[in-house]
Design a protein around this ligand. Sequence first.
Ligand code: SIN
Length: 304
Amino acid sequence: MVDTSVTLSGLRLDNPVIPASGAFGFGAEFAKLYDLNILGALAFKGTTVEPRFGNPTPRIAEAPMGMINSVGLQNPGLEAVINEELPKLSEVFHKPLVANISGFSAEEYAACAKALGKLPQVGIIEVNISCPNVHGGGMSFGVDSKLAATVTREVKAVTTKPVYIKLSPNVTDITEIATACEEAGADGLSLINTLSAMRIDLKTRKPVLANTFGGLSGPAIFPVALRMVYQVYEAVSIPIIGMGGVSSAEDVIEMMLAGASAVQIGAANLRNPFACADIIRELPRAMEKYGINRLEDIIGGAHR
Ligand code: SIN
C-alpha cells in the first residue's frame, strides 16, 4: 500500500490534491457530486473585505488546451464568507481549508487574514497577489518584490496560521518575488496563477472578453508552471504548492518532482467536475507504476 500523505507547514494532508481557489467556489456544487473529504484540503474562492460582483461579461474565452477568465474576484465578501459560506462548507467538509484572500491594499489583505485566520477550519492563508483581472490590486502587488514583501509582512503580523503567497507568472523573474516573500516571512508559496492572455472575435474584430485581457489556465500552461516551480524550488527553502494546468495523477507526480509539496487543481474541475476525485483515485496506481512508495520522498526529486 503506497503512502500518498504530505505535510505542509506541519499540516498533515492525506494526499496532495487541493482544488484551486476560483475553480471550486465554496464547495457546495461539488459536494452534491462526491464526498469532499477524499480531498487533501480545499482552497475556497478568493475573498475580499467587501462583496464583489466581478467584471462585466463576457468573462470567459476558450483557448487551445485551456481557457481564459476575467472573473474579477467575484465573491460575497468577508462577512458573508465567514457567516454563511464556511458554516455550510463545514457541514460537508472536515479537512483543512486554504483561505484564499485578495485585496486592494496591504491593510485589506491583513483584515481578511486576521478574520479568517481565527477560524479553526482554516489551515493555511493563501495570499493572492497575482490576480490579473483587477485594477489597482491583485497582480500589482505580485509583480513588485517590495510590495509583495510588504503584503507578506502585514499578513504575517496578524495571524499565527501558515501564510502562503500566491505568485504571478507574469514577471521577468519569479524567483526574485519568491525570495522577497520568503525573506518577509512567508511560510510557503503557491504558484502559478494564470498567464495574462486574450482572444479576438473574428466577426466583431473586437476582444472577446469585456475586460480585454484575462488569465490563461488549463493544460496549455502546465509546462510553464512546472518550469517556474522548478526554478522557485532552487531559490527558496519554504514549501511550494504547485499549480497550473495539472489534470492527471501523472501531472501531480511531475509537479512534485519539480519541487511541489502539494498540488492544486484548477481548470480541470471546470472541464470534469470529478477531476479531483479521479486524480485521487488514480494516484496510488500511478505511484506504483513509477515505483514510488512514499509520495513525500519524491518532492524535488528532479533536482537530484
Ligand atoms: C478572478 O477572480 O479574476 C480569478 C482569480 C485570479 O486570477 O487570481
